[in-house]
Design a protein around this ligand. Structure first.
Ligand SMILES: O=C(O)C(=O)C[C@]1(C(=O)O)C=C[C@@H](O)C=C1
Length: 360
């Protein structure tokens, strides 16, 4: 390396080494304190994971932060710190749609941090079942995509499952074209989940009209197959390329640059109020004129904002639709509590899925 540059770097790197040693010392002290919190919780048998507390910790630090680190980095760093501290108290088993390298895995790791026991599952049904039966402490399931709309299977599962929603996480869907060699030499076919193929159709037609598109069970499965066959390319996320040791030919190839998927974290506990929460519920009303209009009136009357309304056909034959409603606020906030009480009174079906901190 250049001598003049080295002269500048040496003292700066010494300073970074010193700071790292101090950060480690502080992290050790933090971890010991978290262990004491864990012991205190054991006496009252309270849950280790407190989403509302973690949301408050991150929000406070983002407010204290004066830069140059962006707020998103502060959130990501402390999510990992708390994940590691939580694991000392009790390691969390987290179920999600596998295999390794899926967007579901990415959402689970961003939400719960890397200090977890990962449980990749074959389907959303398996994820929900793992949480219901206690095989997993938590699960992560996709609930909506900005291009494709609701993930209907997840909505249907939430209707009957004995699980609670305790968090949400939105991630950018950034599709990449990947191969074993990192080039398209000798590549004739491209594999991906049909949804991903559809989302990259414009780019593929414009740039590689000669590649034959074939559906795969998942993008991660496509990546796994491409790792074995040099004539195959896969479309998947960056994390799949890392996992299956594939080279990225092109990144961000989805036709809509703002493609996002929202996931729900599920478990068996009820988060307390964090001060910036959301509540998800399912409602059904008798099939009469004006019923849907009246169903939602208690929200407006109590000044509760609705952030999402989705419907699914009811297959019981008794009511026409189930309505999936997200509102701002926690079920213990007085205005939300009043609105929910009124909704429950007039609804033919009423289920609160959970109150949880809003997406960071
Ligand atoms: O405050 C607590 O209840 C803790 O257990 C500590 C801690 C943390 O590391 O800050 C860890 C896990 C919880 O989910 C919340 C916060």
């Amino acid at each position: 390396m250049d001598d003049a540059l080295m002269k500048k770097l040496v003292p700066l790197r010494e300073r970074i080494d010193e700071l790292d040693a101090r950060i480690l010392e502080l992290l050790t002290e933090r971890a010991r304190t978290a262990l004491q919190v864990g012991e205190a919780k054991q006496h009252v048998q309270g849950p280790v994971f407190r989403p509302e507390r973690e949301a408050q910790v991150i929000r406070r630090l983002q407010q204290l932060n004066g830069g140059p680190l962006p707020a998103s980095s502060v959130a990501a760093i402390w999510a990992e710190i708390m994940s590691a501290c939580r694991a000392l108290e009790q390691p969390a088993r987290v179920a999600y749609l596998g295999p390794e390298g899926t967007y579901s895995e990415q959402a689970a790791l961003e939400h719960f941090g890397h200090a977890i026991e990962p449980q990749p599952c074959a389907s959303f049904d398996d994820v929900v079942r793992a949480v219901e039966t206690g095989r997993a402490d938590f699960g992560m399931v996709a609930v909506e995509n900005s291009n494709e709309g609701a993930v209907n299977r997840t909505l249907d599962l939430l209707l009957t499952a004995s699980v609670k929603v305790l968090g949400e996480r939105s991630i950018d869907i950034r599709h990449c074209l990947m191969t074993r060699s990192g080039t398209l030499e000798g590549v004739t076919r491209v594999l991906a989940h049909p949804q991903a193929l559809a989302q990259c159709r414009g780019w593929l037609t414009a740039n590689h009209p000669g590649l034959a598109c074939e559906p795969a069970a998942s993008n991660a499965e496509a990546a796994r197959l491409a790792a074995q066959d040099p004539s195959l390319a896969a479309i998947a996320g960056e994390q799949a390329a890392r996992h299956w040791k594939l080279g990225i030919v092109a990144a961000g190839i989805q036709d809509d640059p703002h493609n996002r998927t929202r996931f729900l974290a599920i478990g068996q506990t009820d988060p307390g109020r964090s001060g910036r929460d959301k509540t998800s519920l399912i409602l059904a009303v008798p099939n009469r004129a004006g019923a849907v209009y009246r169903m939602l009136a208690p929200l407006a009357e109590n000044n509760v904002s609705m952030t999402r309304l989705e419907s699914r056909p009811a297959r019981t034959g008794e009511w026409e639709y189930y309505f999936y409603v997200d509102v701002e606020g926690h079920r213990e906030d007085p205005n939300v509590a009043a609105a929910l009480a009124a909704l429950q009174q007039q609804a033919a079906f009423f289920k609160v899925l959970g109150s949880y901190p809003r997406c960071p």
